[in-house]
Design a protein around this ligand. Sequence first.
Ligand code: AHR
Length: 502
Amino acid sequence: MKVSVVAHPQFVVADIDPRLYGSFIEHLGRAVYTGIYEPGHATADENGMRKDVIDLIKEIDVPIVRYPGGNFVSAYNWEDGVGPKEERPVRLDLAWHTSESNEVGLHEFADWCVSANTEMMLAVNLGSRGLDEARNLLEYANHPGGSEWSDKRIANGRAEPFDVKLWCLGNEMDGPWQIGHKTADEYGRLAHETAKAMRAFDKSLELVVCGSSNAKMPTYPEWEATVLDHTYNEVDYISLHMYFDNHANHTPNYLAMNEKLDDYIMSVAGVIDYIKAKKRSSKQVYISFDEWNVWYHSKEQDKKILEGADGWPFAPPLLEDIYNFEDVLQVGLILNTFIRRSHIVRIACLAQLVNVIAPIMTSPNGAAWRQTIFYPYMFASRYGRGKALDLKVAGPTYKSDVAGDVSCLDVSAVHDEKAGAVSFFIVNRSDKEVEAEFDIAAFGKNASIIDHQIMTHADLKAVNTEADMMNVAPKKADSASLANGSLSAKFAPYSYQMIRIK
Ligand code: AHR
């Protein structure tokens, strides 16, 4: 049976916020040190930032980067990372059992963002600290001058404010592992008061309150309801996190997990609606899905460091998942889900960006390369900007244990009206070839295929390494044809494809 897809320019989900393709850098493992920052590296710029890494990040076109954590932020003193480097303290990072030299802090990260053509999404510490430190950081970062904290920034070499607009009120505060973990009521009150204080400084800030760390948390979804009950009128987004794994080594189930993600998003959308109605509010709170990725390959090897058996190492190789081809399909499926739900998921951050569960790997003193998952993220970020289309899709399904019947072909599409192009992102998550017919007549009878990329591999577990960087990479495809407003294509088993028409 063929898959049938109907696309129409007037059937629109939402205008995608480009920040749907954000990412995340935490002071964790080698994300910062020997990741983005390595003075002495052959490509290092005057700030010690690796240009080879910056070039790869520019290829993806990352609109925002969340910083500095993650779990790390919940015991972080932001003041440690500003001022003369030689005076900055070495701290023990309790989240990851490592040493933090503080060589990189707010100023270095801000300069790096300019070089990497991205913007900061900053998190404040609401674990070990609170409202006062948050408002001081805000004044330091965003006030032009003439106050204690803004003058300190100027004295530290930065005359202009950083003007950071997007702020996270803590990180995963529902998690018992978090330093300064709180109940929903405790956190809700603190987040509300912190948001109020931050808004008293600048009404136009965009504030993100913590939702659940994952949908299996015992406090989910009551956490969202309680926290939003406290904060609804002061915040703009509620954050969600989710990581995917194939511990069971069961591909059909693994590739059905984005349906769980969809449930998670829509359930939280329901909680948002409930609190909105309860408060008789006209304001809409959205979802910031600010941590998502595949994370499981490195869990076993990380245990020793995390349990403290190695003492307090500096920038050890933590969370260095080596992604395989199967993960390309998973990342494609996750991004498709975000595009289809872009009316409520406005911001999302691939966790993370370099070395730590990342699309980009580096070797100290050596090369930087693209992991397998670099590509679906790159295609979505580059070509997934515009209007998300509300597609009608019918076709064969397979039975999964995790989500019942799931469609063999998972499709999303984005209409870039300016470029006059439509991009289809297609994952064949089944082990069979699937034929499909796309009705795109409403985009004009003269449209043609301007690009068709395919990722497929004989080995689902194939990876890219420093020695073999291009083992898993996209290729030009020619298995699609377009005539009279109808696009026909055959989709190879277990394949990721992008087709662009204009
Ligand atoms: O991204 C790795 C970690 O995962 C983050 O520090 C934390 O927020 C989450 O549990």
